[in-house]
Write a protein that binds this ligand. Sequence first.
Ligand code: XMP
Length: 321
Amino acid sequence: MEIKEIILEELTPKKFIEEKVKDISSKVGSNFAINALSGGVDSSVVTMLGHEALGAKLKTYFIDNGLMREGEPEHVVSIYKNLGVNVEIIDAKKVFFDALKNVTDPEEKREAVTSSFYKNVFGKLVKNNNAKYLFQGTILTDVDETVAGIKRQHNVFEQLGIDPEEAFGYKILEPLVQLRKPAVREVGKALGLPEEIYNRPPFPGPALAARVIGEVSPEKIETVRKATVIVEEELKNSGAFQYLAILHEDKVTGIRDGNRDFGSQIEIRCWESKDARTGSPTRLSYDILERLAERITTEIPKVVSVTYNITKKPPSTIEAV
Ligand code: XMP
């Protein structure tokens, strides 16, 4: 079924919110629903819409898949506490790392994360809560890229001919599927979310697993997590659409303390984009690039090489996996 886009110029956030709240209440009726909050703008907007519509009939979880950024679970939960929304953290690290073991193909990695979320983790949560519905923040760009066969976004099913009720035993509701990122941000602002949330740079569903080339392990995630802290600190005032660190699979020869050191490589990407469909690298100054290289190779001693991606999307994509 063709999804009718609501373009930014045609969006009236207050009206959109009213309509979605009404729609969610009538669809869910007296049943229970759950949703997972990652702290990104899409899942945040869904959480607020859901709570406005369903109140105590919606239970919100943060799935700690072990692939999130430094301190992210606790930080997200505390923001929502201030907004009056109770979020429970589910420790699912083992499920995800087990599923990712020995998997190197990018699409298989995405599939491993997807099935861990939907079959293993949500499957159980839905049962335990006696819920009939799962809410999620799929947006139109996720659908486009999946249907075009570019990347299997972790949250797209029906458009691929997968019936979630048959596959996982529950219905999925996607109130944002007609919107793209800039429109979602406007709705988030109108819902009273803090700017830190409604203007948050995008972060992919497979989280840091999308930023490790080759097999994902807790150790590699830790390396890319540390690099991510540095990249986000240094580029947060760049005004860029998105900035990230990628851990390469290949090692290269470096020198440490006068000795040969066969070490890891980190690639930095920083994007100018409106809606992630196309993008071009930010023309960062050499001072910033040098500081990034200096900090990453000093603070993460196993890294001996830092590169900056200068390729546009297309042919590059924003994430590496
Ligand atoms: P790519 O890498 O396809 O990314 O150029 C386009 C935008 O989508 C984000 N991204 C994802 N978001 N689930 C998501 O919710 C995913 O599986 C996923 N993969 C990529 C990416 O960060 C960028 O903003």
